[in-house]
Ligand binder design. Structure first.
Ligand code: CU
Length: 158
């Protein structure tokens, strides 16, 4: 019985000592269906713990996104003040698949509740619509979440 962790350990062993990057589990993307993996460590690194992969996802209006509990101990919840007017908030259970269909264009900020302060946060941009950027940027966050959201939002503006 191979756990994912054992797989990575054996891959690292095969690749030799040191900085060998481990294999990234690829998020599944079909035409109107996307997935965001909830991971204990960023792909290819062991020093960035607890991430959504990808951290920023751009989808079309009407597309669905599944949050996949690839590793244990994570969830996804929309962040109050960081979703467009008229959009429904969500709060997924830890360790469960959660699929959201996005019908309202705009920026959506979401967090992993257990790892929020440690910066496990992400953005979904629906329909290439950045019109709620100013209000999304006003939301305050604790700890590493502030830095991570700031960095992610900065990439939207460039
Ligand atoms: Cu988490």
């Amino acid at each position: 019985m191979h756990t994912r962790r054992n797989f990575f350990l054996s891959m690292s062993a095969l690749a030799g000592v040191g900085t060998a990057a481990w294999a990234c589990p690829a998020p599944v993307a079909q035409e109107n269906q996307h997935s965001i993996l909830m991971l204990n460590a960023a792909c290819g690194e062991d020093n960035t713990p607890n991430v959504f992969e990808p951290a920023i996802l751009r989808v079309n209006v009407g597309d669905s996104v599944t949050f996949v509990p690839t590793d244990a101990g994570h969830n996804s919840a929309s962040k109050r003040g960081m979703i467009p007017d008229g959009a429904d908030p969500w709060n997924g259970a830890v360790d469960e698949n959660l699929t959201i269909t996005f019908t309202v264009p705009g920026i959506y900020g979401h967090i992993c509740v257990p790892h929020y302060e440690w910066g496990m946060v992400g953005l979904i941009v629906v329909g290439d619509d950045l019109s709620n950027l100013a209000s999304v940027k006003k939301v305050r966050h604790p700890g590493q979440a502030r830095k991570t959201f700031r960095a992610l939002l900065k990439t939207l503006e460039t």
